[in-house]
Ligand binder design. Structure first.
Ligand SMILES: C[S@@+](CC[C@H](N)C(=O)[O-])C[C@H]1O[C@@H](n2cnc3c(N)ncnc32)[C@H](O)[C@@H]1O
Length: 198
């Protein structure tokens, strides 16, 4: 396993959950909106990099059959607690996103909030092919990743880069640029990409 990925567990152990910028304590608005509009339909779903489980718990509460994976055992512990408190069942696993232990075409929906942009450049193809493999043909992939507007960095993407990386495997239905005030009170810029598995 790559050591840079392993560092995530230290972050969850070292800092209180409320201090983590991405942990809003409520489900992402962009996800809620697409579900409420019926664009993302109930079914078998994977929250890839589920963190403390906030989004996975929301989806389980409204009837999705949820699986969540994260490389951090501490994050999965938090997610288990949240699921128990909410009285929902979620299959939660400590798992690297490069080796998804799921069947081909197992899921109707993959939710990726702040996951892909942490995939190292050398692993990007493996990650994308993994998401493709576990999603049903015609299934939905919602990607939310850092945009170039956060400033230049290896994992701040332009629209063109996203299209280039994903379009062999996914039909891109919508790319939206959004701003979001994160839990640390900083505004960050994201692309929200709604895709259909080819
Ligand atoms: C920015 S956080 C987002 C967490 C969650 N999606 C959310 O929005 O609250 C990125 C997450 O990716 C997880 N992660 C990083 N590398 C991973 C890997 N190789 N496999 C699985 N999860 C990983 C981290 O542990 C962390 O929970």
């Amino acid at each position: 396993m790559n050591s840079s990925y392993e560092e995530w567990d230290q972050i969850y152990r070292r800092y209180p959950l409320e201090s983590l910028p991405w942990e809003l304590g409520k489900p992402r608005k962009i996800l809620v909106n697409l579900v409420e509009k019926g664009i993302i339909k109930k079914g078998k779903a994977l929250d890839i990099c589920c963190g403390a489980g906030t989004n996975a718990v929301y989806l389980a509460q409204i009837g999705f059959d949820m699986t969540g994976i994260d490389i951090s055992s501490k994050a999965i512990e938090y997610a288990e607690q949240k699921a128990e408190q909410a009285n929902v069942k979620i299959r939660l696993m400590v798992q690297n996103f490069l080796t998804l232990p799921f069947q081909d075409e197992e899921f109707d929906f993959v939710f990726d909030m702040g996951c892909f942009h942490h995939v190292e450049v050398k692993d990007r193809n493996t990650f994308i092919k993994g998401v493709y493999r576990v999603l049903k043909k015609g299934g939905t992939y919602l990607l939310v990743c850092f945009s170039y507007r956060n400033g230049p960095a290896w994992n701040h993407f332009t629209r063109e880069q996203i299209i280039q990386l994903y379009s062999n495997y996914f039909k891109i239905k919508e790319i939206k640029h959004i701003t979001s005030r994160e839990a640390d009170d900083f505004v960050r810029y994201f692309y929200v990409v709604l895709m259909e598995r080819k």
